[in-house]
Design a protein around this ligand. Sequence first.
Ligand code: ADP
Ligand code: ADP
Ligand code: SF4
Ligand code: SF4
Length: 589
Amino acid sequence: MRIAVIDYDKCNPDKCGHFLCERVCPVNRMGGEAIIIDEENYRPIIQEASCTGCGICVHKCPFNAITIINLPEELEEGCVHRYGVNAFVLYRLPVVKDGMVVGILGPNGTGKTTAVKILAGQLLPNLCGDNDSWDNVIRAFRGNELQNYFERLKNGEIRPVVKPQYVDLIPKAVKGKVRDLLKRADEIGAFDKVVDELELRNVLDRNIDQLSGGELQRVAIAAALLRNAHFYFFDEPSSYLDIRQRLKVAKIIRHLADSGKAVLTVEHDLAVLDYLSDIIHVVYGKPGAYGIFSQPKGTRNGINEFLRGYLRDENVRFRPYEIRFTKSSERQSQASEILVEYPRLVKDYGGFRLEAEPGTLYMGEVVSIVGPNGIGKTTFVKMLAGVEKPTEGEVDWELKVSYKPQYIKADYEGTVYDLLSKIDASKLLSNFYKTELLNPLGIPDLYDKQVNELSGGELQRVAITAALIRDADLYLLDEPSAYLDVEQRLAVSRAIRHLMEKEGKTALVVEHDVLMIDYISDRIMVFEGEPGKYGKALPPTGMREGMNRFLASVGVTFRRDPDTGRPRANKEGSVKDREQKEMGEYYYV
Ligand code: ADP
Ligand code: ADP
Ligand code: SF4
Ligand code: SF4
């Protein structure tokens, strides 16, 4: 079975020399019609039945607009939805089960939202043909666990509730005070309980448009929890939250399933997904072209297969490399030579005061910065970057610093290529940078795009790239994982590690994703205090000491997965959790 997908946003028939694909196609040259021209819309159409899959058009198209893939025949039956001719195709769906959290893991653009719209009854799947009724969908899923679900959905017996992905859009759609919004949502009489669990008491009288990202996220989760539904979908519940809040939210969502509800969640923070889910589906394919839901897998095994890039039951390798974690609690730091010793630094904003103890940074090391939101992490990084002037102490060094802020502005006039080539054109040609950074982050595909038209995730990848190709001694990266999907997070983590190791440079990275922190860090800097009032930055220390101190304040213990070495949060009160807490070893034993 062969599918052909054309990305019409990239296709530009005038710039390729007038339908180059049609002219080079051997079937067309022999008088056949594998590619025809849709004159009305001025674009090519590939007729899959006539195409031989030779791939010539794929390689010749200057804009990488064409994807041709051969897929196993047995997938044909699992074809759920196709958005149109030569458009994205979705194969198979995740299961939905009462009393279970089903996690979905995979890159963006592979059909997760499409699947959820179908399960929520908002999109009637066309079954890759011209289906126009739910009865046919029920028939197509006969014998499948979803048959009964679709029957109930058709009969109006399923009420879905969705916590949307982009919580920053909520203030555009909803006005008024948090209290009123949550009161309106409350169908189960649990207003006080949910407000307290999600720590929203002190924002109840604020207007929706005055909330920070993390507050909006918790309000959106609270609004979903307060509904009386059958099927709950949480799309990326961890965005904007710090580690403690992430695990807390995970626990609350778990309780929802324990009370008998069916829960589906998409989550890119693997430690959170692991903690949340009873089973998971890996979605693989090619973003924008096709997506396939794997069979349901046990959470531990599914995440391990994902990190290996190989799905055993499906016999599919979907990534050329594995992600492996250092199994010892402390990396043997190669760092020896001191890069800089910074002094005690204080920033006093009036309402908030940060005190950073003096510390040392070594060459060739990556140091993570962890702590709750509002504790001064960004403020500290800004002082090192020279963006904020300390109230006490001075940053007077000769170091070259490259800084990626937390909030990135897209106010550059010009293309991605212009922006990056002005920073260092030679790095764009370097094989090392291509292999380690540019290709894994999908940057060449963005070269022709205007910077001010990029999506959040695209802008983040460009900003990280811009920071990392700049020649500097110290790289400051504030929340590089924000807006990135799980695959991109792995790619960014690998790039940061490899570049610092190879070039002997130093990076300071503010991060909330525990797997990323574990993967990239030689050492760690812990921030403590009272969010919004005062913060104290401890000097960089070893991973074990730092994580122990930090996790003790969060009250969560982690163990290592014996196969991949990845950190796994222990369930609260489990034997391991109790043992580790007794020993004071919150991060591995
Ligand atoms: P995910 O949730 O995994 O990011 P989506 O389900 O949102 O993926 O989208 C998968 C792909 O489907 C997108 O890359 C897009 O190309 C395509 N797509 C989504 N919605 C439409 C639509 N209404 N018409 C055509 N194509 C669409
Ligand atoms: P974090 O990065 O740990 O989330 P930040 O450094 O962004 O924390 O902020 C710490 C505190 O400082 C917050 O309460 C924030 O409101 C406050 N703050 C940050 N920048 C300013 C500023 N320019 N003026 C006044 N207060 C600020
Ligand atoms: Fe030209 Fe590529 Fe579009 Fe074909 S797909 S018309 S080669 S830009
Ligand atoms: Fe023609 Fe080959 Fe492209 Fe198919 S893959 S449309 S046969 S050039």
